[in-house]
Design a protein around this ligand. Structure first.
Ligand code: PGA
Length: 239
């Protein structure tokens, strides 16, 4: 696991380097994209780079709320289309987001896992981390061998995400998410965290035991993880 500390702009550039290095070297590249505020600097940096192959990149989102229509502006489908697909010029037909409005979400989760596998697996997965150590919507207590599944959101996560909704009661209670085991199959992982609120989760994930209390701790077992931190997010790590 490599840990790099820089300012927000520098982290965006570094994340962009790692993503392009992974995708540029593949004949049929597959990218794992994350929503949330943390990866936006990576997407902004990528938009400034020249990479003519965007149209051929397949992408899989990490997660999606259950119960929002895909064209709801708060859905992750809409967010990914705005921040990634249109920003970079990806082909929307090649960009997959779990189907959070499927009548049978458990089946939709299984299908999504199969689609990732049949797509040849993810070359590089971008990840944020929650204050409680979640990755995707894998909240504390999630079995670390879970694949894409229907997940309940932790109260802390619903509170953090309430900023995107008019009322707390509008925040969905469940989501479809790639599981820890799905994420671990990506060939490379780039985790980005900004701000002091993430410092305890980062310290626990990177230096604590690998266990479901901190779903992100599983990343300690992955052979190619780069953790991009600003000084605040790194502030609880041992010297
Ligand atoms: P954030 O979310 O980037 O908006 O802080 C990260 C996450 O919850 O995984």
């Amino acid at each position: 696991m490599k840990i790099e500390v820089a300012d927000e702009a520098g982290l965006g550039e570094r994340g962009a380097d790692l993503v392009l290095e992974s995708l540029g070297g593949r004949p049929d590249p597959v990218w794992g994209v994350a929503t949330g505020g943390s990866p936006l600097g990576i997407y902004r940096a990528l938009a400034q780079r020249t990479f003519r192959a965007w149209r051929g990149v397949r992408a899989f989102a990490l997660d999606e709320y259950v119960g929002l229509a895909p064209d709801d502006p708060r859905s992750y489908r809409s967010t990914v289309e705005r921040d990634v697909v249109r920003a970079l010029g990806l082909d929307p037909a090649l960009v997959h987001v779990p189907d959070g409005s499927a009548p049978d979400p458990v089946l939709a989760a299984k299908r999504y896992e199969r689609d990732i596998e049949q797509g040849g697996g993810i070359d590089v997965q971008v990840l944020g981390i929650g204050r409680n150590g979640h990755i995707g919507f894998n909240e504390p207590g999630t079995a670390l061998d879970e694949h894409t599944h229907l997940a309940r959101l932790a109260d802390e996560t619903r509170i953090d995400n309430a900023r995107y909704f008019a009322r707390m009661s509008d925040v969905p209670v469940s989501a479809l998410t790639q599981g820890p085991a799905t994420i671990m199959r990506s060939r490379r992982i780039v985790l980005i965290a900004l701000g002091r609120a993430k410092a305890p989760a980062i310290a626990r994930a990177l230096t604590g035991p690998v266990d479901p209390v901190s779903p992100a701790s599983i990343l300690q077992r992955h052979p190619d993880v780069t953790v991009l931190l600003d000084a605040d997010a790194a502030s609880a790590l041992p010297e």
